[in-house]
Design a protein around this ligand. Structure first.
Ligand code: FES
Length: 101
């Protein structure tokens, strides 16, 4: 559904998305990277376990919360990819900081 346009002028970085190594252009948000790699639900809600996905893409709705570098509840739409970043979809409230996933 989502596809990134090729651009040879922008360097890419490798990111770990749900345990799988993927490549993303620098300057890409984590939400855009996740959508471009087939992730449709970035989190589930804590009460009903309903799927949620990036909606506003500007940091307002909080539907894009993901676990980024071990920290839960990070807004993927306002976080840019970095080399070696670890990104995971989040179930409910996600693990507390320092808690294993
Ligand atoms: S998509 Fe709305 S806060 Fe990230």
């Amino acid at each position: 559904m989502f596809k990134q346009l090729p651009n040879d002028d922008i360097d890419s970085v490798e990111v770990i998305l749900n345990g799988k190594k993927v490549s993303a252009p620098l300057g890409t948000t984590v939400a855009a990277m996740a959508l471009a790699n087939g992730i449709r639900a970035t989190r589930t809600t804590p009460i009903s376990n309903s799927n949620r996905a990036p909606f506003c893409m500007m940091g307002v709705c909080y539907d894009c919360l993901m676990i980024i570098d071990g920290k839960s509840n990070q807004r993927a739409c306002v976080t840019y990819v970095k080399k070696g970043m670890q990104v995971q979809t989040q179930q409910g409230v996600g693990p507390a900081l320092g808690e294993s996933l």
